[in-house]
Ligand binder design. Structure first.
Ligand code: SF4
Length: 329
């Protein structure tokens, strides 16, 4: 038996989100950008920590539009697009970001609102000082601060999350970091860390073989760390960097073949061939990942193996999470 959904998390996902994505009418035009994936799909599994940076610095709704402007080669500043309006919103936003960041340390991820000068992710427009030319696309001010303060944190925006592969990849990272944060909060032990890593091995292998080969020797040196928290900090960075690499069909095929090896001695020649054919059909794109996964789960039911059944590869997030196939396509 694979571990049940109840085993997936000790606590709900602690998920940061741009307030307008929850349907709150805080945008400059008095509207919102309600994101169904968050409001409907993730909400049973998440505690949302919603922030509207522009409201937080005291701006009203509705409000005049804001933009990012390159003032010299080095600096980008935030100001109202109407230059007649005098304000120090650039300074206020800087102060707000500095003050709020330390409150976000328990988050396992963040969903930001695309294109916003405050919340955009790589897609906020930066103009020249006269607003005649688009200079570049960049992070919004809040998002830039978030990324710099928490470089390991999974961050996506509402537009990118319309892509099922990106959505799936994001959710895998959310659950991994939440589980790791849970360990840290509920009393970190060497045994707990080793167990966590062991249960993630096959999923890590599916995401990056080179980084998997690096993180293993690092974990093997756990006993050399007197300070467990120092190990945790480095492990978290390595783990989340590894998982930020999207899984591939080739890597999944290796993992599936590896798992098949655990059952070969129990299977008839015909059963082995059938399982191999299913895995290779997935590899060729003729079947979804769920097909060989389902075959392997059946094998696991018949021939229990505690190492495999503990693997988060099978249950990296709850099956009940709607709209996502519980596995990388
Ligand atoms: S994009 Fe960010 S700043 Fe703009 S309304 Fe949404 S939460 Fe507020």
């Amino acid at each position: 038996m694979v571990k049940s959904d109840l085993d997936c998390l000790q606590t709900k996902l602690q998920l940061g989100i741009s307030k307008c994505l929850l349907g709150e009418k805080v945008r400059y035009d008095g509207g919102d950008k309600r994101l169904s994936f968050a409001v409907n799909d993730l909400s049973p599994f998440a505690n949302f920590h919603s922030i509207c940076p522009e409201s937080a610095i005291g701006l009203p709704t509705p409000r005049p539009t804001i933009g990012l402007y390159q003032t010299d080669q080095q600096s980008v500043m935030m100001r109202f697009n109407d230059q007649q309006i005098e304000s120090d919103i650039d300074h206020q936003m800087t102060l707000f970001c500095q003050q709020i960041m330390s409150d976000l340390s328990n988050l396992c991820g963040y969903i930001v609102c695309a294109n916003s000068p405050s919340c955009g992710l790589d897609n906020a427009k930066v103009y020249d000082n006269e607003r005649e030319h688009l200079i570049t696309l960049a992070d919004g001010r809040f998002t830039a601060c978030l990324r710099s303060y928490y470089p390991w944190l999974p961050i996506e925006d509402n537009l990118r999350l319309a892509n099922p592969d990106i959505q799936n990849h994001f959710v895998i990272r959310l659950f991994a970091l939440q589980r790791l944060n849970d360990l840290n909060r509920h009393g970190l032990t060497r045994h707990a860390l080793l167990t966590f890593h062991s249960r993630y091995k096959l999923l890590l292998l599916a995401h990056s073989q080179p980084l998997y080969r690096q993180i293993g020797p690092f974990v093997a040196k756990l006993d050399q760390f007197d300070d467990l928290q120092a190990f945790f900090v480095q492990y978290r960075e390595r783990l989340m960097t590894l998982l930020s690499t999207p899984a591939t069909k080739e890597n999944h095929t290796n993992v599936l073949m590896h798992m098949q090896g655990y059952f070969n001695r129990y299977l008839t020649g015909q059963q082995k061939k059938s399982l191999t054919d299913t895995i290779l059909a997935y590899r060729r794109g003729e079947l979804p990942l769920s097909s060989p996964m389902s075959c392997l789960k059946t094998c696991l039911e018949q021939y229990p193996n505690s190492y495999l059944s503990d693997q988060f590869y099978f249950t990296h997030y709850p099956k009940a999470l709607p709209s996502i196939d519980n596995g990388v396509t």
